[in-house]
Structure formats: C-alpha cells, structure tokens
Design a protein around this ligand. Structure first.
Ligand code: DX5
Ligand code: ZN
Length: 221
C-alpha cells in the first residue's frame, strides 16, 4: 500500500562547507529521510563522500540516513556505512553480478536494504528480491549529478513497481530520485511513489526556504 509521502532531501545539493549544520537545518524544516549520495567515479562519473562523512554527520540529527550507494563493487564498503550510522543502505541492481548477496549482507548487519534501478533497467530486475528489500529506488535521471531533468518514461516503471509491491504485501518504500520538483512530484506520487528524493528542489533558496520547499513537494500549499 502506498504510504504517506516522505521527503528525502539529497545533501548533494547542500553546502559542503557546512554540511552538518545544513543537515540539521533541513531536518528541522521537516525532512523525513536524509538522502546521502555516495559516488565512486567508476560506477558513476562523479566522486562524493564515504563512511567518514556519514559518521561525522550522524550527531546532527536522528532522522533516517538513507544512503544511496552508486559504487561498484559495493560489498567491501557495506559494513563501513552500517557502522557509520546509515539506516537504509541502497545498492544498484547494475553494480554487480551478485546483488542478492549484497542485500543479504545489508540485512545481516541489521539495516534496511534498498535496491536502485537505473533508467534503462526494467522493473523485473527486482522480481527475485521482493521478499528481501525494504526499499526500491527508481532513478528518474542517470545517476551522477544533481540538477538534471526528470525522465518521464520512469513513471510507467513506478506504476509497475507499485503493483508489484502491493501484490507482495510487504512494507517496501517506493522512492524516486532525480529531477523531482514542484511539477514532477505530483506525477510521481500519482504513479505510486511514497518517498521523494529532492536535491535541487529541497535545498533551493537557502535555510529560510527549506520548510516551504518540503511542504510543496509533499503536495501541501
Ligand atoms: C543523482 C543522485 C540524486 C541527486 C538528485 O545521481 O542520486 O540523489 O542528488 O538531485 P536533483 O533532485 O537535483 O535531481
Ligand atoms: Zn540519490
């Protein structure tokens, strides 16, 4: 069942020179999850942060740390993110041949496990993971950078995954990441998503604007 919409601001659009304060500010403004984009310069053409930064941010809020790992291989780093304070660890279906094993590893560490799908990957990639995952992340841009345009073809995939989740009867978040803004948020919610990642649209306008940004994305005036 589609749950109430939760907003997950991506700190990729935060102020990296004062990231702890920015995480606290966006959390106090009403963020549900803090989305942390981890990139390795190999799986995606950009480099961001590792477990040390997650650990450094952990004291700034009790909100769910939603770690999106755009790295390959992922397995050697899962324990590091778990120990650093991640609550949800999401890996890409395309990141290796043994993603099932990676999900098992995340679960064995007591963390919620997510599976992410690039725009060109079909919903069927998660069929054999439905009994394990706690979150499915649909990339609505090609991963690597904030500020890209929403890829509309992903709406159909979101709707398919909504049906798969409902059929499973399990409590699985359906998260959408990339190009989510005031115009596209209603579309992804209508398609069945219940967690919206927002980088640009979450952090736009600075601290004073955060609460309004989050309210609008949620669909509240
Ligand atoms: C892209 C990241 C996204 C990104 C979203 O690879 O996974 O989380 O920060 O940024 P916006 O919301 O600006 O598209
Ligand atoms: Zn992300």
């Amino acid at each position: 069942m589609q749950k109430p919409v939760r907003i997950a601001p991506s700190i990729l659009s935060g102020d990296f020179a004062r990231l702890g304060e920015d995480v606290r500010d966006i959390a106090e403004a009403g963020a549900d999850y803090i989305h942390i984009d981890v990139m390795d310069g190999h799986f995606v053409p950009n480099l961001t942060i590792g477990p040390m930064v997650v650990r450094a941010l952990r004291p700034y809020t009790d909100k769910v740390f939603d770690c999106h790992l755009m790295i390959a291989p992922a397995d050697p780093y899962i324990a590091g993110f778990a120990e650093a304070g991640a609550d949800i660890i999401t890996v890409h279906a395309e990141a290796g041949a043994h993603v099932h094993r990676t999900i098992q590893l995340i679960k064995s560490l007591g963390k919620r496990a997510g599976i992410a799908l690039n725009p060109a990957t079909g919903a069927e990639a998660v069929t054999h993971l439905m009994d394990m995952v706690d979150l499915i992340l649909v990339m609505s841009v090609n991963p690597g950078f904030g500020g890209q345009g929403f890829i509309s073809s992903q709406l159909e995939k979101i709707a398919t995954l909504r049906e798969m989740i409902d059929t499973s009867g399990r409590d699985i978040d359906l998260e959408v990441d990339g190009g989510v803004n005031d115009e596209t948020a209603p579309q992804v919610i209508a398609a069945g998503a219940d967690v919206l990642v927002a980088g640009t649209a979450g952090f736009r306008g600075g601290k004073a604007a955060y609460a309004g940004n989050i309210r609008r994305l949620r669909g509240h005036a």
